[in-house]
Design a protein around this ligand. Structure first.
Ligand code: CP
Ligand code: NVA
Length: 306
């Protein structure tokens, strides 16, 4: 049966560990897998802009010996020209897998339900699983392991925060999220993550105080205040997030070897200062690079039977 990757919540802990060890191998020996997905085709559909996700999937697929094909949103007119279920069935006859970036999460689910090929969530309004899984890999790579790690997410309770909630709960990473009270994460996802964290034995905490989240943190993570699709709310959100900037003062509350992460693109001078983004604690470009290595592992797992 085909397998999709729509959310970290659908992965077992052993599967995540397998993806991480495959990622280690792929990163160390790029050439060893240059024929692993030979003859396979990956379609990419992006209804929102993308730099990292698109390029890392395209190049990653090529490095595995496969072929990546971007489908321009204006050509395919996803959701308007034909029913999503017809769309999924047709593409299943040509392609071996699909990466999709949409607005509503249900669009990706509908496409996955109607396709006979694996569908990978390349970001929806609700979740960004490739990002969060790759970020947890990066933390493990930098720190050696994930034991006793305290991650502080400062900013909007958005798609990245939701996927970090699932990832931290599954992998056993303590997570403190600080958001303004109007911009908390989805309650159902938060409660589900808290439930999952009971098995991994870590704390998942929500507050409206960036300083309490940042205190003694091993990692400080932030993301834009207004996500793609929220352009009309931008001005209001900038006001709501006053005091939530990741700057030198906030960083000074964390552990001396604290890592600073951002999924990018960043709005420099808003959610994070230039000084911190470009500073010695920042690992944002290693973080961006690892997207490609980890997504190659996901492709090998879903398409290559690894
Ligand atoms: N971080 C991330 O997903 O970047 P893009 O939106 O550029 O793909
Ligand atoms: N939360 C951001 C992430 C971008 C990678 C957005 O959805 O725009």
């Amino acid at each position: 049966m085909k397998r999709d990757f729509l959310s970290i919540k659908d992965l077992q802990l052993e599967e995540i560990e397998h993806i991480f060890s495959l990622t280690d191998e792929l990163k160390a020996k790029v050439k060893d897998h240059s024929r692993s997905l030979s003859g396979k085709s990956l379609g990419l559909i992006f209804l929102k802009p993308s730099l990292r996700t698109r390029v890392s999937f395209e190049v990653g697929m090529n490095q595995l010996g496969g072929y990546a094909l971007s489908l321009a949103a204006e050509d395919i007119k996803f959701g308007t020209r034909e029913a999503a279920k017809d769309f999924g069935k047709v593409l299943s006859r040509y392609l071996d897998a699909l990466v999709v970036r949409t607005f509503s999460h249900s669009e990706v689910e509908e496409l996955a339900d109607s396709s006979d090929i694996p569908v990978i969530n390349g970001l929806t309004d609700l979740l960004h699983p490739c990002q969060a899984l790759s970020d947890l890999y990066t933390i493990k790579e930098k720190k050696g392991n994930l034991d006793d790690i305290k991650l502080a997410f400062i900013g909007d309770g958005n798609n990245v925060a939701h996927s970090l909630l699932y990832g931290c709960a599954k992998l056993g990473v303590n997570l403190k999220i600080a958001t303004p009270s109007k911009h908390k994460p989805d309650e159902e996802i938060f409660n589900h993550a808290k439930e999952l964290a009971k098995s991994s034995g870590v704390e998942i905490i929500l507050s409206d105080k960036p300083s309490s989240a940042a205190a003694n943190a091993d990692v400080i993570y932030t993301d834009v205040w207004a996500s793609m699709g929220q352009e009309r709310e931008y001005k209001k959100k900038v006001k709501d997030f006053k005091g939530f900037q990741v700057n030198q003062e906030l960083l000074s509350l964390a552990k001396p070897d604290c890592l600073v992460m951002h999924c990018l693109p960043a709005h420099r001078g808003e959610e994070i200062t230039d000084e911190v983004l470009d500073g010695a604690h920042s690992i944002v470009f290693d973080q961006a690079e690892n997207r490609m290595h980890l997504q190659k592992a996901i492709l090998l797992m879903l398409l290559g039977g690894y």
